[in-house]
Design a protein around this ligand. Structure first.
Ligand SMILES: [Zn+2]
Length: 197
């Protein structure tokens, strides 16, 4: 047998090929959560282009607080987010009956390893122009893992992809994905009714 045959070389070369390494996954930004941060959530007004990454559970919590930010000053939003991130509150959900936020323990213990709250100093950023989408639309976009830069084409494609991914039929009949699916459909409906889907 001729081991130097071309056939043998071909086999050997082929066996060298390797599977590509899986890309590192982003972890949910919620403190202590190790889930995959699959959803981008805009940090808020005046932080355009900056995002948290959350798992579904925590993007929901974040979304529930999002309305609350509307009309708050940027500093108030940052303060609220700080308090939420360092875990003075049991959850991110702001109780409607809560009185004025009492200042938590001193803010000096707050550490910001991810630099998420660092403010840009120096050049004053221009006043943001009129946001393209309203808060409701932005929330719906967040459910789809998108932001306000998404075009209707992107929204539609993303929606189809998510429905496929979370459909019970695609998960061996696992119905635990149904809530998520419902939420996705709801979000898309909302966007469509705003002429964005
Ligand atoms: Zn999480």
């Amino acid at each position: 047998m001729n081991l130097n045959s071309r056939l043998f070389d071909r086999i050997r070369v082929k066996s060298k090929s390797q599977e590509p390494e899986p890309a590192p996954q982003n972890v949910c930004n919620h403190p202590g959560c190790q889930n995959f941060g699959e959803f981008r959530a805009p940090m808020g007004r005046l932080r355009e282009g900056q995002y948290f990454l959350f798992c579904l559970e925590h993007v929901r919590e974040y979304n529930q607080t999002y309305n609350y930010f509307n009309g708050m000053t940027d500093d108030a939003v940052a303060k609220y987010q700080k308090e939420a991130m360092i875990g003075h509150r049991p959850t991110w959900t702001m109780g409607a009956k809560k009185g004025p936020a009492g200042g938590g323990p001193d803010g000096n213990s707050f550490s910001d390893p991810l630099g998420m709250f660092s403010r840009k100093t120096g050049a004053k950023s221009a006043e943001p122009s009129q946001p393209r989408y309203g808060v409701v639309a932005i929330k719906s976009l967040a459910v789809l893992g998108l932001d306000e830069t998404a075009t209707p084409d992107i929204i539609k494609a993303r929606y189809k992809e998510l429905v496929k991914r979370h459909h019970p039929d695609a998960n061996g009949g696992d119905r635990s994905t149904e809530d998520k699916l419902r939420e996705i459909i709801q979000a898309y409906k909302q966007l469509k009714s705003s002429g964005l889907g």
